[in-house]
Design a binder for this molecule. Structure first.
Ligand code: MN3
Length: 240
């Protein structure tokens, strides 16, 4: 790959300036309400800004991976969704409503897959932060200990779900009623449609880690949990 194509790839198809502006704008937008606002947005759906700069998660996740994953994959789902819902009743629904209305309806697979992937990816970007990992906030810690017995057990179950999800999918920390649980979903599936409240997620599609870790998914998962996972985001999602 020559230097020129490398540069255009690392910004995911945006001009360098547009990309930096979007990323810088995002840093100012991180509030408890930001993610909910995205989920409530209607068509045309926009690619939500990254909550940090594209190189902010390196070396755990490189700027090159973010360039492809956010700038190409996530953007692709947004573009496909807008194209698929144009002129249909779905164009007047929030993103979350589209996900709920199309789940488990084989004829609506295309819309579901793209809508759920838009939602899942925005949730994933927010599930990580530079200098993440470490200790959980106290209120969340109490709930984790009540459900898993220990912090370490929660971390291990999350890693195990992420590593053992066969092929593409997601590992999640969710609230199912009063209990916190670890679950995994395949492809675009999301716990939202099973009545559970997502708290955190890790993307285990190969595009999330292959440039940095090749086939070593376990190394990617452990590094994300140790160094990037945003426990404060989980606490906010739990309403604590
Ligand atoms: Mn992905």
């Amino acid at each position: 790959m020559n230097e020129k194509s490398k540069t255009s790839i690392s910004t995911g198809g945006f001009s360098r300036r547009e990309f930096l502006m979007a990323s810088a704008g995002a840093a100012a937008l991180i509030t408890a309400g930001t993610f909910a606002n995205i989920a409530r947005a209607k068509a045309p759906h926009a690619l939500p800004p990254l909550p940090y700069l594209e190189n902010a998660l390196a070396p755990v996740i490189s700027a090159e991976t973010i360039g492809f994953h956010y700038g190409r994959h996530h953007k692709g789902y947004v573009d496909n969704l807008n194209r698929l819902i144009e002129g249909t009743p779905f164009s007047d629904m929030t993103l979350e409503k589209i996900v709920m209305e199309t789940a488990d309806k084989p004829k609506k697979d295309g819309i579901f897959n793209n809508a759920a992937q838009v939602w899942n990816h925005t949730f994933y970007w927010n599930s990580m932060k530079p200098e993440g990992g470490g200790e959980r906030p106290d209120a969340l810690k109490k709930r984790i200990i009540a459900s898993f017995g220990s912090m370490d057990r929660c971390r291990k179950e999350l890693a195990a779900a992420a590593v053992t999800q066969f092929a593409s999918g997601w590992a999640w920390l969710v609230a199912d009623g009063d209990a916190l649980k670890i679950i995994k979903t395949g492809n675009a599936k999301t716990p939202l449609t099973s009545g559970m409240k997502p708290l955190l997620t890790i993307d285990v599609w190969e595009h999330a880690y292959y440039l940095d870790y090749q086939n070593r998914r376990t190394d990617y998962v452990n590094a994300v949990i140790e160094k990037l996972i945003n426990w404060s985001f989980a606490e906010k999602n739990l309403g604590l």
